[in-house]
Design a protein around this ligand. Structure first.
Ligand code: PMV
Length: 314
């Protein structure tokens, strides 16, 4: 019987990638931001065994008996081995608002929420760097060769400049960036799109590396424009980034439909965000919640449209 008084709780946000997905796996920079409107939550209660109750999936996992590659159980085991503790007699109840396999960092946020809730219940703390490293271990189960951008952003909870293998850099946002995020409704595991790009790269490294280089340059320009608060130029760079992602074959007709609808209804630029082939796209707009674009996205088949603003102080 679990008691109703929580021993600990933790949460972590979803994330969007503004620029540089896929090329970031090959060492190019990327820019990402948290999405605090969508959160993963975990609560720890006393129980008889170590259990995870994934309420959205209708699953209860017995951690001692779970497969080595179960991401929920892995999150719990990582905390125990980090702290030198045996599996505790706890029920960890997990719930997430972040849609799965849709480019919004759901796997990383769930792992971060579980780890934070357990640390809270143990009365322990870890640095953001270490916490992010633990979440990265779980990310590897989700998609093999992750760049590490998702774990960084969901753990740090602020817009970041990220290069694989380096500490993340926060940067200045010169003018508020109003974004609409639309869900194509197509679930697309990142593992598959990352593998598609890898296959292409293995078949023609020279051509792919030219494309990755040009994405890298574009991400450098995007950082300058974000810092300068030049949103018109930023919109154009989003369009260029989308062109490069289409060339890498990670776009889809559903995403293209949403991107076209956003641009033709007044967005300054639009692109897919995350692994692609499905999941979410983002559109840069002049005004918060810009109705013309939000309505056009809904009409073009978006399953959900969310508004977010990146502020200078974020
Ligand atoms: O689909 P998401 O949200 O997990 O984003 C993945 C971003 C990629 O660059 C495609 C992969 C990675 O590990 O960086």
């Amino acid at each position: 019987m679990s008691s109703f008084v929580p021993l600990g709780s933790g949460h972590a946000p979803g994330k969007i990638i503004l620029f540089g997905e896929h090329a970031v796996v090959y060492g190019k920079p990327a820019i990402a931001a948290p999405l605090p409107q969508l959160l993963a939550h975990a609560m720890v209660y006393r129980d008889q065994h170590c259990l995870i109750e994934a309420t959205d999936l209708n699953r209860t996992i017995d951690v001692a008996a779970a497969d080595q590659d179960d991401p929920f159980a892995c999150s719990v085991r990582l905390v125990c081995s980090e702290l030198g503790e045996p599996l505790p007699p706890w029920r960890i109840v997990v719930h997430s608002d972040i849609p799965i396999a849709s480019g919004l960092g759901s796997g990383a946020a769930i792992a971060a929420a579980i780890i934070r809730a357990m640390l809270h219940a143990f009365g322990a703390t870890l640095s953001l760097t270490r916490l992010s490293e633990l979440v990265y271990e779980v990310e590897k189960l989700h998609h093999g060769t992750p760049s590490g951008i998702d774990n960084m952003v969901v753990v740090y909870g602020q817009p970041l400049w990220f290069v694989r293998g380096r500490p993340p850099e926060p940067f200045n946002v010169g003018a508020p960036l109003h974004l609409l995020i639309a869900d194509s409704g197509v679930s697309s595991p990142t593992r598959v799109t990352v593998a598609t790009v890898r296959k292409g790269w293995q078949a023609d490294r020279t051509a792919y590396e030219i494309d990755f280089d040009s994405i890298g340059e574009l991400v450098h320009s995007a950082r300058r424009e974000i810092e300068a608060g030049n949103i018109l130029a930023l919109g154009r760079l989003m369009d260029e980034n989308q062109k490069a992602l289409t060339k890498l074959d990670v776009s889809s007709s559903e995403l293209e439909g949403l991107i076209t609808a956003a641009r033709s209804s007044g967005a300054l630029g639009a692109k897919l965000s995350g692994g692609g082939r499905g999941g979410n796209m983002i559109a840069l707009v002049e005004h918060p919640d810009q109705a013309s674009v939000a309505n056009a996205l809904a009409k073009a088949g978006a399953k959900a449209v969310l508004a977010t603003t990146l502020h200078a102080e974020d």
